[in-house]
Design a protein around this ligand. Sequence first.
Ligand SMILES: O=C(O)CCC(=O)C(=O)O
Ligand SMILES: [Fe+2]
Length: 349
Amino acid sequence: MKLLLLPLWIAQLFTQAKSFKNNPVIGNALLNRCGLHVLRIVLAQAIMRLRFELLGFKIDKKLKQDFYKKGFMVIEQALPDDHFTAIKNEVAQVQAEVRECKQGDTLTHRILLDEPTSTGMPATATMLSSEHYLSLHKFASGKNNRPVSYIQTIKNHFIDGPSDPQKNLHSDTFHPTMKSWYFLDDCNADNGPFTYLPGSQRLTLARLKWEYQKSIRICENGDKYSSNGSFRATATDLASMGMGEPVSLSVPANTLVIANTHGFHRRGDAAKRSMRTEIWSISRSNPYNPLPGIDLPTLAKLQNKALVWYRMYCDRKAAKRGAESSWHIVEARNTLDDPQPQPARKEAA
Ligand SMILES: O=C(O)CCC(=O)C(=O)O
Ligand SMILES: [Fe+2]
């Protein structure tokens, strides 16, 4: 019966689909022995590089070089002080729907910055639609459309549970993909700074060999996150690839970090119960499409609407099982609130 899905599984090979568990073609040990996973990586990398070039002609040379060489760019003092302060105030005062994800002992709270919410946040909306912000994000995602943005607060050690899985070094997916953090708080060893292994987004022979072996291994027995297509890397793995040490980006507030999260990265350890708030953006697209797309504001609005509907669909589906969805709504009206008491931990999907 499941074989009826075969055409869909095959079609998904030409998209960003990454789960070895949900797609038995992607997760087929024999096909991966023949090089399927590695072929997908190499093709995606070549096409995305072309898209970076198409969108990168206006980008500052040094930032572009950092992004290509290290896999991330860091812009300290990204905005004038008064603009930064205005955004921070808006984030503290916003009244909007907050969704929460529990991962290990960490809570992540997010507010989608769609039109209805960002309209009431002029300083934030000005940043998100500024030429500088947009051109950097379009370049780093190889996509000629604005990213999806959220107010995000990471609440380290807020609940009982095992360690936060985002604190294990990993690659988000098999192809170049963009995430950014405009930090509203100073980041340091207390609140888990974003941590990245410079250069780990590049395809070396050693990396491809590791990807090849891992793609076969996880078909047989992979950890949950690797089987979902976000490969975890251990210290031994890094040594086998001849890679150095990850760098903790302990940066002051008002810093913008834009990263290719195909490279190895993690959330740094947090020494204590602590929080970190940022404007977090993400942009992911089909890496096999050589065209970067067209910048239509209507498309961006639709994308946000689709996300809202998708979350509501997940809520209904979870409710039928008597559970809460992995990104469920919480009582709070902004991400700095801490609705009490916290229910018992449930593993996120
Ligand atoms: O929050 C962080 O510092 C990184 C989390 C992460 O791995 C991600 O968002 O992909
Ligand atoms: Fe990640």
